[in-house]
Design a protein. Structure first.
Length: 279
């Protein structure tokens, strides 16, 4: 659930908001190429100097490109648990599995807002929800309103300084091994569900080196770009990358807030920059 987006005081699910956005974009004439994976970007590779987006064996061209690929979930990389993904182990909140854990114990790994929202939602069904975090607690990574809600919910507890090291079950998750990183002690616990919200990693490995990125792979824009790419001693415009006509918005941009409201605002802010470039 997205609970702090303008105009939706009772919240709205991410899927429903995305579907509404797509319907609105189609009404304005946008075309969607569904099921297509971008595999590369050729800078100025078109006959008219336009950029060429590679889609496997196919290509599309554009005088302006907006990179808004968002981010992907980090993996836990515990092999026995990876084998149980979809059978008690879930990346993301997986709201459709909520009723499967009714009156059972579940664990949420992560300390961000997504993890907190998942824990609150799951507490409506599960017997108990445990949030597992490496840090001292949630204060550094989670919004205060969510922390207060979690503290006031008797069905949710937080285990700091803890990591998941193992788990298993007969065809479905039944147990986890949790390690206290300070004491170095492992504990085996019963678990009917594991929800992994481990933070984000960029999804733009297909970009050419001309589009500068930071050490983590997020796209640089504006004053964050290397000074060598500046024109006349001035950096590119905000949301403009090191390549003229290539822009970036949302979670994939280095320094973004990682919030849906700011991401959609950045997309809107790119529009006049595109018009200026085309002019």
């Amino acid at each position: 659930m997205i609970r702090n987006y303008l105009g939706f005081p009772r919240g709205i699910s991410g899927m429903r908001l995305a579907l509404r956005a797509r319907t609105q974009a189609v009404r304005f004439g946008a075309r969607f190429l569904a099921g297509q994976e971008v595999t590369g970007l050729s800078i100025g590779g078109g006959p008219d100097g336009s950029h060429v987006v590679q889609l496997g064996d196919d290509t599309v061209r554009g005088r302006a490109i907006l990179i808004a690929t968002g981010v992907d979930y980090r993996r836990l990389d515990v092999e026995p648990l990876e084998a149980l993904v979809g059978r008690g182990v879930n990346y993301g909140a997986a709201a459709s599995t909520s009723r499967e854990v009714k009156h059972k114990d579940v664990f949420v790994v992560g300390g961000g807002n997504s993890a907190g929202q998942a824990a609150v939602h799951l507490s409506r069904f599960a017997r108990h929800v445990t949030i597992v975090v490496r840090r001292d607690g949630l204060a550094e990574t989670m919004s205060n309103y969510l922390i207060r809600e979690i503290e006031g919910n008797p069905r949710i507890s937080v285990r700091p300084h803890t990591i998941v090291t193992d788990g298993g079950g007969e065809g479905h998750l039944e147990w986890l091994s949790l390690r206290d990183t300070e004491a170095g002690v492992d504990e085996r616990v019963e678990a009917a569900g594991l929800y992994l919200l481990l933070g984000a990693q960029p999804t733009c490995h297909w970009l050419p080196p001309e589009v500068a990125r930071d050490d983590l792979g997020f796209v640089l824009s504006g004053a964050d770009t290397p000074w060598q790419s500046w024109q006349g001693g001035r950096p590119p415009a905000p949301y403009a990358t090191t390549v003229p006509g290539v822009f970036v918005a949302g979670d994939i941009r280095c320094g973004s807030m990682k919030r849906v409201a700011s991401a959609s605002g950045e997309g809107a802010a790119v529009v006049p920059l595109v018009h200026q470039h085309l002019a």
